[in-house]
Design a protein around this ligand. Structure first.
Ligand code: 5GP
Length: 202
């Protein structure tokens, strides 16, 4: 259950973004689990039309729906933003984000670079964080290690990475995901500072 206390300011939207395969989902999951954020930053769970990977759970990792259901939700205005990434739909449910920020709670999103741009245009109180791979070689290795995708899908992802890396300059912060612990620490530092700037407390 989320607390119902009304806060004086609107909440912030924190966005973790970057090329796919860069490890942003892992970072997102690690940072949101830090105890100090448990009643300060709430994660948004995206809706997707892609099929579930091994170990993923509906309602925890994503809400998995059919492409038809996703298209219905687009028409119904269900999304704050949505994108088609590599032949699958991904979207951020609007209601939860709006309700949380309206009552002063902060939300953390993990979305692709285009999704981040859309959210930045729609909201003022956004803190965007771009996750970079240490190198293209390392990114390619991580995509290979994932093992759940065909060579064609991996090639498509790598081609897109180059475009996405160009967008880093529009983000408020850049974190290089070289060592996971170091990257989590940097993210933690950014979130803590941004919360502190807001209302003088964390
Ligand atoms: P994956 O299939 O690897 O989980 O995700 C593919 C890409 O979609 C990743 O870059 C991921 O961050 C992005 N993504 C996940 N959820 C959303 C969302 O709600 N909106 C947008 N725009 N991208 C998302």
């Amino acid at each position: 259950m989320m607390p119902v206390t009304k806060k004086k300011n609107k909440g912030k939207i924190f966005i973790i973004s970057g090329p796919s395969g860069v490890g942003k989902t892992t970072l997102f999951q690690r940072v949101i689990k830090l105890k100090k954020y448990c009643d300060k930053i709430f994660r948004s769970i995206s809706v997707t039309s892609r099929s579930r990977r091994k170990g993923e759970r509906d309602g925890r990792d994503y809400f998995f729906v059919s492409p038809k259901m996703f298209e219905y939700k687009i028409r119904a205005g269900h999304f704050l933003e949505w994108e088609r990434v590599f032949d699958h739909y991904y979207g951020t449910p609007k209601k939860k984000v709006k309700d949380l920020t309206a009552r002063g709670d902060n939300v953390l999103l993990c979305v692709d670079v285009k999704g981040a741009q859309t959210v930045r245009k729609k909201f003022k109180r956004v803190v965007s964080i771009f996750i970079k791979p240490p190198s293209m070689e390392e990114l390619q290795k991580r995509l290979n290690d994932r093992g759940s995708e065909s060579g064609i899908v991996q090639k498509k992802r790598l081609a897109r990475v180059k475009q996405e890396l160009n967008e880093a300059k529009y983000f408020d912060h850049i974190v290089i995901n070289d060592q996971i612990l170091k990257a989590v620490n940097q993210l933690d530092h950014i979130l803590e500072n941004e919360l502190f700037i807001d209302d003088g407390r964390i």
